[in-house]
Design a protein around this ligand. Structure first.
Ligand SMILES: *Cc1c(COP(=O)(O)O)cnc(C)c1O
Length: 417
């Protein structure tokens, strides 16, 4: 037998999380899913939860559901994410709007608070390889508030270094916005060090945790950053467009005023009073009616994470990406493919970029053959490996087909030349 396949099977047999794969819809088919970092697979239990919710809670309780049980759900789930996923003590994490909207609300609140404290602090520092929505939101806020964006140019395979950040921040910095795990290269930023540098300059710092939440452990309270946002439809399998979470460090609750002041963020929702009076605590960062239906499914994955813990998830994630790199070195490097993600597992998140100028075409053909990675310019085939639902043998099969398809594309090119 192919030694790489034998190794994959041994790894699957020894994998302490292997039993969880069977709980995901479609994991028993031959489809290879390399995109759980963009949209996680649905756990079968999530479907049951949603169905039960629709029938019994919505159908049975109707408007009566808007008692404590629905009203508290965004905070209850927020606290579970705080406890199990990002190590934040209760009362600092909430399920809110989309990542984009939460990012806007928190970043604008942070900039406004800084400018109010010191009118000189009008710069927002962000890197050019930050996720598009983050860059667009920050540019929008800068335009709206008469602030300046200070861009950091980064090595696409490395992310922002401490030296670069130290160079970019100073007495004019209001806010620094960075990503924990790069959506492109999977590079893992040194959050505590970069946070310290931003704080030493008097800046607030907001971390985007979309590609780490549920994959790479986060220690929010210990690392001491100010603000964070993160996705729930990636590694937390909340379903397409499930609402994001926000983290606001406790001591900032009374200091920050978010810009979309709505009735769900007021001290007394049902008072319906003449003026907006923000609720104490994390509640004030909420705006309108909580998307309750959209936060049911994610609880299934949260229960799994609570069972096994983030450390076991991270260990499997590293084993999966290391295996994918070993296979790529053996099979794809001879075809001209390079690994554009960090080789040091400590610096690598949950996915691997395999680089070749034929990858756009290769990705399209893989999708037709039920191998689903995604493509990130320029020439990057992104192999996302969700630790709860991916097996080693699945990685083997997917990369085997990738090798075949790449050979096919290269042969056609040679024929045309
Ligand atoms: C997926 C992702 C987002 C998505 O934002 P939405 O508002 O949910 O579309 C934002 N930032 C990063 C880093 C992401 O990976």
């Amino acid at each position: 037998m192919d030694p790489l396949l034998a190794y994959a099977r041994r790894q699957d047999r020894a994998d302490g999380l292997a039993h969880l794969r069977a709980r995901f819809v479609g994991a028993d088919t031959d489809l290879v899913y390399f995109d759980g970092n963009s949209l996680g697979r649905p756990p079968a239990g999530a479907i049951e939860r949603v169905e039960r919710f629709l029938r019994e809670d919505w159908g049975g309780r109707l408007i009566r559901g808007w008692d404590e049980s629905w009203l508290n759900l965004p905070y209850e789930i927020g606290d579970r994410i705080g406890r199990a996923v990002i190590e934040a003590k209760a009362g600092q994490t909430v399920i809110g709007d989309s990542t984009t909207v939460l990012l806007y609300k928190l970043a604008r609140a942070a900039v406004d608070a800084q400018v109010a404290r010191d009118p000189q602090r009008r710069e927002i520092v962000i890197d050019r390889d930050n996720f598009p929505t983050d860059r667009y939101v920050i540019e929008g806020i800068a335009g709206e508030r008469g602030c300046r964006v200070r861009w950091i140019d980064v090595d696409l395979e490395r992310g922002v270094s401490p030296e670069q950040l130290a160079e970019a921040v100073g007495p004019h910095t209001a806010l620094v916005v960075l990503g924990h795990v790069s959506y492109r290269s999977a590079f893992v930023a040194d959050v505590p060090e970069l946070t310290r540098i931003a704080h030493d300059a008097g800046a607030l710092v907001l971390w985007d945790l979309c590609h780490s939440a549920g994959s790479v452990p986060v220690h929010a309270d210990r690392w001491g950053f100010d603000l964070a946002v993160g996705c729930t439809y990636k590694y937390l399998n909340g379903g397409p467009g499930s609402p994001a979470f926000a983290y606001v460090r406790e001591d900032l609750h009374g200091v920050l005023q978010q810009p979309v002041q709505g009735w769900f963020g007021t001290a007394d929702l049902f008072a319906m009073g003449p003026d907006y009076v923000p609720a104490p605590g994390i509640r004030r960062f909420v705006s309108g009616t909580a998307p309750i239906t959209a936060m049911i499914a994610m609880q299934e994955t949260l229960a799994m994470i609570e069972d096994v813990g983030m450390d076991a998830i991270r260990a499997k994630s590293i084993a999966l990406t290391s295996y994918a790199i070993d296979v790529a070195d053996e099979w794809l490097a001879p075809l001209g493919v390079t690994v554009a993600s960090p080789r040091d597992p400590g610096e690598r998140g949950g996915h691997v970029i395999l680089q070749h100028d034929a990858m756009r075409e290769v990705t399209a053909r893989l999708w037709q053959r039920d191998v689903i990675p995604d493509y990130r310019d320029v020439g990057g085939l992104r192999v996302g490996l969700a630790p709860l639902s991916t097996s080693f043998e699945e990685v083997h099969r997917g990369l085997d087909v990738t090798r075949e398809v790449l050979r096919e594309v290269l042969a056609e090119r040679a024929g045309l030349g």
